[in-house]
Structure formats: structure tokens, C-alpha cells
Ligand binder design. Structure first.
Ligand SMILES: [Zn+2]
Length: 145
């Protein structure tokens, strides 16, 4: 819909610094995958990336794709023009993935009217590529109740 500001691709985004420790996360979108490190010993998901599993202290951790589904834990609508080229209003949210309690991301919600956003709303990942970085954003999940 033409009046939905969240559908517009902003002219600019602040990009993360990609390194060996987090490349799986920022480039997984190239294959459509939302990837996190996961412990191969106890199966704990690890985010932000760390070389040691915080649950069992194993160093046997490797990237693995999550489902890409999540629910909105909390959100705020930003009305301030903090970032040149990234005009407000836009929604900043924390979403939690069903894979593990506490496995959360701070993200932007897109493809939804700002007034329709609710806590608990089911969402799914959608990637926005910039300069080799695939930013994981979230949109309403049409397949969830
Ligand atoms: Zn572990």
C-alpha cells in the first residue's frame, strides 16, 4: 500500500562491522537463512556470537539456521529523524524466536502499518541487502495465527 512508510526502502542504513565471528549472521540472508551459532554439545542457541557456549562452556559451536519465525516482545515507533536518509516514522522492535526462550533480536518491523503492530504478533524474517550485509528485518507472518 502506497501510504505504508515501512515498505519504503530507506536511502541509508547503519551497517554492522562484519568479521569472522559474526559473518554467518550478517550474510546468511544470501541463502535466505537466519543463522545463529549453536552449541553442538548441548544444542543451546548463542546470540550475540561467542566462541564458548554460555550454557555448557563447550567450544564446539557452529552456525545453524533458525526457522526465521518470531514474535514481537516489545516495540517502539521512532518519530525522530536520528539517521539522515532513514526517515521516520519506523518501528524498532525486539523479537523472540521460538527456538529458545531469550533468543532475541533488535530489528525493524516492515510491511506493516505502524498502528497495527502488537506485542505478541507473529512475524517472520525478511532480508534487506546492503553492501554484502543482509540485515534481518521482520514482517507479519501470514502463515501464523
Ligand atoms: Zn552448550
Amino acid at each position: 500500500m502506497a501510504t505504508d512508510p515501512t515498505r519504503a526502502r530507506p536511502a541509508f542504513r547503519v551497517l554492522p562491522r562484519v568479521d569472522a565471528a559474526n559473518a554467518h549472521f550478517w550474510t546468511g540472508g544470501a541463502e535466505g537463512e537466519l543463522r545463529f551459532l549453536r552449541c553442538r554439545a548441548c544444542r543451546h542457541w548463542i546470540h550475540p556470537p561467542a566462541p564458548i557456549c554460555p550454557a555448557c562452556l563447550s567450544r564446539d559451536v557452529a552456525p545453524e539456521a533458525a526457522s526465521g519465525r518470531a514474535r514481537v516482545v516489545t516495540f517502539t515507533i521512532n518519530h525522530q529523524p536520528w539517521i539522515p536518509g532513514f526517515p521516520p516514522p519506523y518501528a524498532i522492535a525486539i523479537v523472540e524466536l521460538p527456538e529458545q526462550p531469550g533468543l532475541r533480536l533488535t530489528t525493524n518491523l516492515v510491511g506493516v502499518a505502524l498502528e497495527a503492530i502488537r506485542i505478541g504478533m507473529p512475524v517472520r524474517v525478511v532480508f534487506e541487502e546492503r553492501d554484502g550485509v543482509w540485515l534481518p528485518l521482520f514482517e507479519p507472518d501470514p502463515e501464523a495465527a
